[in-house]
Ligand binder design. Structure first.
Ligand code: BGC
Length: 255
């Protein structure tokens, strides 16, 4: 394939770091995904080393291929600003500069939920929808992406809305469901509170629900009583990689 419609996406998660070259015309992987366990401790230096190994692995990556990397925290101008569920040494770490120097590629660093939102908008559940699309990822924490008329409003961090005196992700993330052994019906009550609050504040046109648990969406989405249409994400665990690649290509073009 020509390097034109291709970018490499890398998704940094709590248990694995995954990457694949993405065919941006189709929104599909152009080669099998590579996964390496997230190093422990997951310091920026250790994670960047693994990212380097993933970049090396793919022949599809040419010298001019953009690279997109997701991080589960706020990212402004390539620097990580928050670390709710990752090693605190990430805070104020300029990942972009370090990776560009090490890899010799243009690198775009983006919040994980923002990447997933962009992927679902262009290639998945939100299908180029106009209006306000709010993607939420339910996992270790709660990530959110706001997309208005196709434009990403980055770093929304609505998983940390304070609800009933607590940070919403500490009661409604899917990791909490597992930790507390909640049934889907019990968990759905917390999700009801969360999504009803979100819709009262934002009046979105569509909610897209991602994260690993979205594969079981039929067990909890039908239990929610909200006015906004709410659908499961379609790209599942590919969304971060695809969205990161898409945004990297976009940033490359705008340079
Ligand atoms: C972080 C977000 C991230 C989300 C999902 C939250 O705790 O603050 O930046 O998108 O987890 O990983």
């Amino acid at each position: 394939m020509s390097s034109k419609g291709l970018a490499l996406g890398i998704d940094v998660g709590g248990s694995g770091i995954k990457g694949a070259p993405v065919d941006l015309h189709k929104g599909e992987f152009a080669a099998d995904r590579m996964r390496i366990d997230t190093p422990k401790p997951a310091t920026p230096e250790a994670v960047c080393k693994v990212i380097g190994q993933i970049v090396e692995h793919f022949d599809e990556v040419h010298d001019d291929s953009p690279i997109g990397v997701t991080i589960p925290g706020v990212v402004t101008e390539g620097t990580v600003r928050s670390a709710a569920n990752i090693d605190k040494t990430w805070i104020d770490y300029d990942v972009k500069t370090l990776l560009q120097k090490e890899l010799g590629h243009t690198v775009h660093v983006v919040n994980d939920a923002d990447a997933a939102g962009v992927a679902e908008l262009h290639y998945g559940a939100a299908d180029n929808r106009d209006g306000l699309v709010v993607l939420t990822t339910l996992g270790t924490g709660i990530g959110t992406a706001l997309l208005y008329n196709g434009t990403l409003i980055p770093n929304s961090e609505l998983g940390h809305l304070e609800l009933d005196g607590v940070d919403a992700e500490t009661v409604a993330a899917s990791s909490i469901k597992d930790k507390e052994g909640l049934s889907y019906a019990e968990w759905a009550k917390r999700l009801q509170r969360y999504y009803a609050h979100l819709e009262a504040l934002l009046w979105p046109d569509l909610f897209v629900v991602g994260g690993g648990v979205s594969k079981d969406s039929q067990k909890f989405l039908p239990l929610l009583n909200i006015r906004t249409p709410i659908v499961p994400a379609q790209l599942r665990n590919k969304a971060g990689i695809i969205g990161a690649a898409h945004l990297a290509k976009q940033a490359h073009r705008l340079r």
